[in-house]
Ligand binder design. Structure first.
Ligand code: UD1
Ligand code: UDP
Length: 379
């Protein structure tokens, strides 16, 4: 029997972990592959929350997170650290996901060693290099080096082909975040205790209409965060409404939100939720207000209206499906849009329909078959 292909899967932040655990599970279950996991730990606590629920013990952990780390120090540490791991592991192929500093550095370190790098969630484009920043450029850099491009949708595949990427290297696989969401939903159904930690808040806010909030984008730091905080304050002034806001651990987010929103009766500023609890929040919220990429993909799958606090999005599919709406970061606009959804049932129902533009939950399986085909070990 031929040797299994050694695949080094690299990730470092919460969303990469969520979107790659289905791929890691699928690779580990397949004898055609030897799956080696390296985490950069660009995030620490928020990464470990995902590793724990997904049952993944990394083979390598670079532990690079430093408080309020700068992009250049982070990137330099990632590149040298990931290069060292590659020299030790000697992988046949490397997998990275998305657009973080870890993904970009992992792809670059692989390219420097002429190891083929496969890109999960390829081809997302906002066509604005400062929105989202620095992710738009990170994914273009990865795209320039990738061997296989796993595009989540036809739109992202077309974006790559328009950039003259060889169409035979581009595959529409769906987004693995839907695989992750299905997996965690099944797990919660089997073990409801996994998502029971919000019960106290749910009781406190019983009868109120829940708005779930997340925010962390670098381009929103400063004035954007101030506006978002002001909008939440005003929305929470409505006695029929409550806000549940798991606050990202980035100090640039926490400082503003703690200063502006602490002590308000209708606002629960809480620690980042593990994935089962966040899935629960997605279910109990009437509206999601977010600048997150992943939440824009999960909300349409659950038919949850999502107001996106960004100027542009590289995920137009949610907007086209009608479940997502771009609202920017002006407090006035955010308050108007939320009030419309709360007060106008027709407007709400027009958005609250489940769509699956980002996939059917089978993306990891497709990716693994495409990899098997690539290494010539197709079953
Ligand atoms: C990173 C990614 C962004 C992704 C986001 C997901 C880059 C450049 N940015 O942004 O694309 O959307 O993750 O959340 O790759 N921190 C902790 N504990 C944690 C995580 C973060 O304390 O578990 C704090 C640290 O002070 C850290 C800071 O947050 O220095 C910023 O983390 P970093 O990974 O640089 O950026 P994010 O804003 O999280
Ligand atoms: N998420 C989570 N707990 C939280 C907030 C978000 O598990 O408290 C999940 C969410 O379901 C989504 C992912 O984290 O899958 C999004 O991560 P984030 O918003 O940090 O990054 P982005 O997607 O914007 O890169």
């Amino acid at each position: 029997m031929t040797q299994p292909a050694r695949i080094l899967v690299i990730f470092g932040t919460r969303p990469e972990a969520i979107k790659l655990f289905p791929v890691v599970h699928a690779l580990k279950a397949d004898p055609r592959f030897e799956c080696v996991v390296c985490v950069s730990a660009q995030h620490r606590q928020m990464l470990d929350q995902v590793l724990e629920i997904a049952g993944i013990v990394p083979d390598h952990d670079l532990d690079v997170m430093r408080p309020d780390q700068t992009l250049d120090a982070l990137t330099a540490n990632l590149l040298t650290g990931l290069g060292r791991v590659m020299d030790e592991v000697q992988p046949d192929r490397v997998i990275v996901q998305g657009d973080t500093a870890t993904a970009m550095s992992g792809a670059l370190a692989a390219y420097y060693r002429k190891v083929p790098v496969d890109h999960v969630e390829a081809g997302l484009r906002s066509y604005n290099i400062y929105h989202p920043w620095p992710e738009e450029v990170n994914r273009k850099i990865i795209g320039a080096m990738a061997s296989l491009h796993f595009a989540p949708t036809a739109t992202s595949a077309a974006a790559l082909i328009n950039e003259n990427v060889d169409p035979t290297r581009v595959h529409v696989t769906g987004n693995t975040v839907i695989d992750a969401l299905h997996w965690v939903s099944a797990k919660i159904e089997a073990q409801p205790a996994l998502a029971a930690g919000l019960a106290e808040l749910e009781a406190k806010f019983a009868g109120k209409r829940i708005i779930g909030v997340t925010s962390h984008r670098r381009e929103n730091f400063g004035e954007g965060m101030e506006q978002i905080a002001q909008a939440i304050r005003r929305i929470a002034g409505r006695p029929d409404t409550a806000v549940i806001f798991p606050v990202h651990l980035n100090p640039n987010v926490r400082k503003v939100m703690n200063e502006r929103l602490s002590g308000l009766d209708n606002v629960a500023l809480i620690e980042p939720l593990d994935y089962p609890h966040f899935a629960r929040l997605l279910n109990i919220a009437e509206i999601m207000l977010t600048d997150s990429g992943g939440v824009q993909e999960e909300a349409p799958a659950l038919g949850k209206p999502v107001l996106v606090m960004r100027e542009t999005t590289e995920r137009p599919e949610g907007v086209e499906a009608g479940t997502a709406k771009l609202v920017g970061t002006s407090a006035d606009t955010i308050v108007t849009e939320i009030s419309t959804l709360l007060d106008d049932t027709t407007a709400y129902e027009a958005m609250a329909r489940a769509h699956n533009p980002f996939g059917d939950g089978q993306s990891a399986r497709r990716i693994v078959e495409l990899l098997a085909h690539e290494i010539g070990q197709q079953a």
